[in-house]
Structure formats: structure tokens, C-alpha cells
Design a protein around this ligand. Structure first.
Ligand code: ACO
Length: 366
């Protein structure tokens, strides 16, 4: 064991690529065939049909009915000081991820896992929804707090009116789809934090910082810009080629683990179609064309890298259809991924091992 550790230490694994850093029983990501299992269930079997609360229970405790809607509902109200901070942050026009991070960091951990988990999941949506409503210059609707389900609550908070069943279904499908995904950067961040013995509020605050980055959860806004630019100019080949010639990355394409199409893109593409309810959506048609041409040009510019649409590509379209402003996309993502962070935090706690990698010193020796 000691010898194996020493050998591993002599090799540097930049970006920790290919390094197995722990065990998880929550999600299985098979990047070769493009398959994602959550607690053994294929993504496409549960994401479009489970309620958010059921999917969250599955991720957290491997059962579909532990977390009841009313348990999340009672934890929705924000402390006055959190609300005041959000009002000031919205007035200063800070980014939605900064607003969410600031809001979450005002919460005080109770040390009771179940209570902290309910509070963090529930309040992440309260904070993100309130911040976005304030940023859009809307009054926070108190009637939203009467909604039974978590997704309906969030949409009501954001849109100022009761959402339709189709809108609730679309958001739940999206949230279920992005709830967990192996040791992604933000999840690993959460695990790092709790491995020191720290608390769940700190873990979620740190994970939000990780998710903010454009290479992780910050991609759907720029992905939508690409689709809209193509629609405006009507020349997908030209727009995409120009970007690749400038050496830019196409947001919404490529993945560290999937070298085929991300299975989450498939589920979300269907959800976008269902939400349109048979109506023709020119932006959807443009997206399908952008994906087809982007995959061909990515293979031309970056042969053999296996660059395909990732989860963020159709996310951008779905969230736009729900009238969520693009600057809020990453914060809406966080409202679901918080469940995965917490599930992994619990797992990491039971593993009980401090995460502390080694590094190779390349500086001066005196
Ligand atoms: N557009 C153009 N080229 C790309 C793209 C892209 N989207 N993604 C990767 N490449 C190229 C790189 O330039 C690199 O080329 P090189 O070999 O000539 O240097 C090669 O493909 C491999 O790229 P890496 O950065 O080594 O691949 P990695 O596995 O680290 O990257 C990542 C994964 C960060 C997601 C990358 O594909 C990317 O930047 N995509 C765009 C951002 C994005 O959509 N992020 C959301 C990911 S999903 C999520 O986190 C929820």
C-alpha cells in the first residue's frame, strides 16, 4: 500500500484525470457508451417521471419517498438578514451565482444532518428564486410560498404567477437530470470540505463557487448565445467555423467523461419538445442544426477528441422556454445539484478520510 502510494505520488495527474479518488453508490457515469445510472436506475427511466422530491430522496437515501413536499415547504422562509442581503446584492447587480453564494453563506448549520439537508435544498431555491425576482424588478410573490411542490414554488417565485403543469414537469425533468454526476468538480469540492470535519453549509457554499466557472456550470448562458447568434445570422456553418478558427471553445460541447453524446442531452431535448407541446419553435430547430454542424466541425478542428453535445446545450433551451433569464441559468442548476453535493457529503463523512493530495515541488531548493 505504502509502495503503491509512493509510485502514484511520483506521477503528476494534471486535472486529476483518470484518478479514482473514492467510492460512490449514488451515480454511475459510463462515458464510453453514454449511460448514466442514479442508484442503479437509468436516467431516462426516472428523470421524466419522478417528482423533484422523489428524485432527491433517491439520490440522498436510495429511496423515492423519504423527502415529502411539505418537509421542504416548511423550510422555505428566509431569515430577515438573508432577505436584506439579497435585496442589497440585487441592487448592486451582482451575478446570480454570487447572490446565491452570499445567501447560502448566511445560513447557520444546526449540526443535525436531516434538518440542514432540508433547509439547504429548500432555501437554495428560495434564495435563487428571490434573487432572480428582485433582479428582474419584481415583487417577491408571497402566494408562491403556498405552493405544494418545490418546482412549482420556484417557478411561481420567479415568474410571479402559478406555473402550468407542463412547466412544472419540465423543470422537474431538468432538475432530476442534473442532480448528480459522479465526482464532478463542485461535488468533489463539497466532499473536500466535509472531509475536514466541516459542516454542510460550508460544503454547499464552496461547491457553488466551483459550479460558477464557465467550464462547469457556467456554460448554458453562452450556449444559448451561440444558438441565438446562429438564428440571427442564419448561417450555422459560418458562425461556428469562425469561433473555432478563433480558437474558442463551443459552450455546451465536450465533456471530461463522455466521448459520445451526453445521455442527459437526450433527456433534455425530449423535455424541450414536450414543453413546446407540438408548437413549432424556431429556436429549437436552430439548436438541432447547431448541434449537427458543431459536432461535424469539432471533429474537423479537433479530430479524435470525441466532442459532442453535453448537458448544458439543451439546458439552455429548456430554461429559456421557462422564461428564466440566462444570467440565472447556473443558479437554477445549483438548486438541483445541491442534492448531489449533500448526498456525496454524507457518503464522504462515512468514508471518514481527509482528502489531502500530494504535490511535486518544482521550485528552488535554497
Ligand atoms: N470546443 C472546442 N474545443 C474543445 C471543446 C469545445 N467545447 N472541448 C474540448 N475541446 C478541445 C480542447 O481545446 C482540446 O484540444 P487540444 O487537444 O488541441 O488541446 C481537446 O478538445 C481536449 O480538451 P480538454 O480541455 O483537455 O478536455 P477536458 O476533458 O478537460 O474538457 C470540458 C472538458 C472542460 C467540459 C471541455 O470540453 C469544455 O471546455 N467544454 C466547453 C464548456 C462546457 O460546455 N462546459 C460544461 C460541461 S458539463 C458540466 O460541467 C455540467
Amino acid at each position: 500500500m505504502e509502495q503503491a502510494t509512493k509510485e502514484l505520488n511520483n506521477q503528476v495527474h494534471y486535472g486529476l484525470e483518470g484518478v479514482v479518488a473514492g467510492d460512490t453508490a449514488i451515480s454511475k457515469v459510463d462515458g464510453k457508451v453514454g449511460k448514466l445510472l442514479i442508484r442503479g436506475i437509468p436516467l431516462e427511466d426516472f428523470a421524466p417521471v419522478y417528482r423533484f422530491e422523489e428524485a432527491a430522496s433517491l439520490v440522498l437515501w436510495d429511496q423515492a419517498s423519504w423527502l415529502r413536499p411539505e418537509e421542504l415547504a416548511v423550510a422555505r422562509c428566509l431569515p430577515k438578514e438573508t432577505l436584506r442581503l439579497l435585496e442589497a446584492a440585487a441592487e448592486k447587480k451582482v451575478s446570480a451565482m454570487d447572490g446565491l453564494r452570499m445567501g447560502i453563506s448566511t445560513l447557520v448549520p444546526t449540526g443535525q444532518d436531516v434538518e440542514d439537508i432540508r433547509s439547504l435544498i429548500s432555501k437554495a431555491a428560495s434564495i435563487a428564486g428571490t434573487f432572480l425576482a428582485l433582479s428582474e424588478g419584481r415583487v417577491v410573490p408571497s402566494a408562491a410560498f403556498e405552493e405544494e411542490g418545490h418546482a412549482a414554488f420556484f417557478l411561481h417565485l420567479l415568474q410571479g404567477k402559478r406555473p402550468t403543469n407542463a412547466e412544472v414537469r419540465a423543470l422537474e425533468t431538468y432538475w432530476n437530470t442534473v442532480m448528480d454526476h459522479g465526482f464532478n468538480n463542485s461535488t468533489f469540492t463539497a466532499r473536500m470540505v466535509v472531509s475536514t470535519g466541516s459542516d454542510l453549509v460550508s460544503a454547499v457554499t464552496a461547491a457553488i463557487g466551483s459550479l460558477k466557472g464557465p467550464l462547469h456550470g457556467g456554460a448554458p448562458g453562452p450556449a444559448l448565445q451561440l444558438i441565438e447568434e446562429v438564428q440571427e445570422r442564419g448561417d450555422a456553418e459560418g458562425v461556428i467555423r469562425e469561433r473555432l478558427e478563433r480558437g474558442e471553445r463551443l459552450m455546451g460541447f465536450g465533456h471530461r467523461q463522455y466521448k459520445v453524446r451526453d445521455p442527459r442531452a437526450e433527456v433534455l431535448q425530449r423535455a424541450v419538445g414536450l414543453l413546446a407541446e407540438g408548437r413549432r419553435d424556431p429556436l429549437y430547430e436552430t439548436s438541432v442544426e447547431v448541434e449537427r454542424i458543431a459536432v461535424r466541425l469539432l471533429e474537423e478542428f479537433k479530430p479524435g477528441r470525441g466532442l459532442h453535445a453535453n448537458v448544458e446545450f439543451y439546458t439552455s433551451l429548456l430554461l429559456r422556454q421557462l422564461n428564466i433569464p440566462s444570467y440565472g441559468f447556473s443558479a437554477v442548476f445549483a438548486c438541483s445539484r445541491v442534492v448531489g453535493w449533500l448526498g456525496h457529503a454524507l457518503e464522504q463523512r462515512s468514508a471518514g478520510r481527509l482528502i489531502r493530495p500530494d504535490c511535486r515541488y518544482v521550485g528552488r531548493e535554497g
